[in-house]
Design a protein around this ligand. Structure first.
Ligand code: HEC
Length: 156
């Protein structure tokens, strides 16, 4: 995946909605490419795993713990579950809008990379499941339903 140019990223940061969209795009790419990657490969959608890990350390692990196990009363565990959200309707929206993600101070490109790294680091098992369930006849119906919803006014 080519990284978007910085100025465009800055423009996308104008609204939380756009930020969410970038994250969700990152997630989609990870989900699709993960099934193709061999063990030991850099995770899909992650240009620099070291940077992703550092961003995790500085921005997320205080609540979610270094190993993603979370802690009672502070943040849920991501280990073994976080990629499941990619496989259910509404899951991507949840991941993009959950406060720790949507209100993060990270630039969108770094946040998308961090999310892709996070799916791979904490829940490889459920990555790639989308590819085992390709749409068939229902693809065009789903497409038009989604575009219709996208054009509806946002719910408050
Ligand atoms: C202040 C504590 C805190 C920080 C910092 C934080 N989170 Fe969270 N996170 C939470 C809580 C609490 C939830 C559960 C949803 C809620 O109640 O807001 C959550 C939920 C999530 C979820 C949804 C998964 C699930 O099982 O619900 C993801 C993904 C996530 N966080 C990623 C991140 C990432 C990535 C960062 C860093 C950029 C981050 N979080 C920073 C507290 C935090």
């Amino acid at each position: 995946m080519r990284r978007p140019l910085r100025p465009r990223v800055a423009a996308a940061l104008d609204t939380t909605v756009a930020l969410g969209a970038v994250v969700v795009l990152g997630a989609a790419v990870a989900g699709i490419a993960a099934a193709q990657s061999r063990p030991g490969d850099a995770p899909a959608g992650v240009t620099d795993p070291q940077r992703a890990w550092q961003n995790w350390t500085l921005n997320c692990q205080g609540c979610h713990r270094p190993d993603g196990a979370g802690s009672a009363g502070t943040a849920p565990s991501l280990a073994g579950t976080v990629s499941k959200f990619l496989t259910v309707p509404g899951g991507r929206e949840y991941l993009g809008r959950v406060p720790g993600v949507a209100t993060s101070a990270l630039p969108s490109a770094d946040l998308a990379e961090l999310m892709n790294w996070m799916f791979w680091r904490f829940d490889k098992e459920h990555l790639g499941r989308l590819r085992t369930q390709p749409l068939r006849l229902e693809a065009s119906q789903m497409r038009s339903d989604l575009l219709k919803k996208a054009d509806e006014p946002a719910t408050p």
